[in-house]
Design a protein around this ligand. Structure first.
Ligand code: MN
Length: 231
């Protein structure tokens, strides 16, 4: 294949225990999937159908080692959202809830970094969220743990600290829509492809970071991440 310009590199994530990389295709993000976070965003945490937004593949940042991300432009309110990340290994459409976990390659710890001021301004004007959510380097993700090694993740502590101080603390069991349900629902609207990742939503306690801050994200049984915000 000859290209007229140099193609963009394929964003990839590390996989715990092996040298081969996971190529990132699309990034689907679930909105308001923990009741206490829905409340803090001013919404009722009813079990309405899940909703999704997307980030570009180049939002993904390999955070298998301590890593830095830039403080993005045009915001004064840059928020952390700690999330369980699901890596899809096998594609499909109209996937049944009972079969959904067969499509998972592995799990990781991720941050859905958000320009909250831009997101809320867009939301309140009925405009798309893109500039608040879907920007380059907005999704640091740690080393993926393979299902073959570690099994599935349905419960366990999820947390993020900033400079060592507690910010978000919850449990994966509090997801309103489970990993299986998110996969099944999403696959009714869009054929899932290998390399897609799903960020499953964040618990309460979202808050701002500034240049120099260091975030540490943890989910029980998965590789931790350490992400510094650079000026
Ligand atoms: Mn999120």
């Amino acid at each position: 294949m000859n290209y007229v310009i140099e193609p963009a590199p394929i964003p990839t994530l590390a996989v715990a225990g092996i040298s081969e990389r996971f190529p990132v295709n699309r990034i689907f993000c679930v909105g308001r999937n923990y009741a206490a976070h829905a409340r803090e965003m001013g919404k009722d945490p009813e079990r309405d159908p899940p909703f999704f937004f997307m980030k570009p593949a180049n939002a993904a940042v390999d955070a298998s080692m301590p890593v830095s991300i830039p403080y993005p432009p045009k915001t004064k309110n840059f928020h952390h959202e700690i999330e369980l990340v699901v890596a899809i290994g096998k594609g499909g459409r109209d996937i049944a809830v009972a079969d959904a976990l067969d499509h998972v390659y592995g799990y990781g710890v991720g941050l859905d970094m958000t320009r909250r001021d831009l997101q809320l301004d867009a939301r309140d004007k009925g405009r798309p969220w893109e500039f608040g959510k879907s920007f380059s380097l907005s999704a640091p993700v740690g080393a993926l743990s393979r299902v073959a090694d570690s099994g599935h993740v349905a419960e366990g502590a999820i947390s993020v600290t900033v400079n060592g101080g507690a910010r978000q603390t919850s449990d994966i069991s509090k997801l309103i829509w489970s990993v299986s349900e998110c996969i099944a629902y999403l696959s009714e609207y869009e054929m899932l492809e290998p390399g897609d990742i799903i960020m499953t939503g964040t618990p309460e306690g979202v808050n701002a970071v500034v240049a120099g801050d260091v975030m540490q994200g943890d989910i029980a049984g998965l590789a931790s991440i350490t992400v510094k915000v650079e000026a």
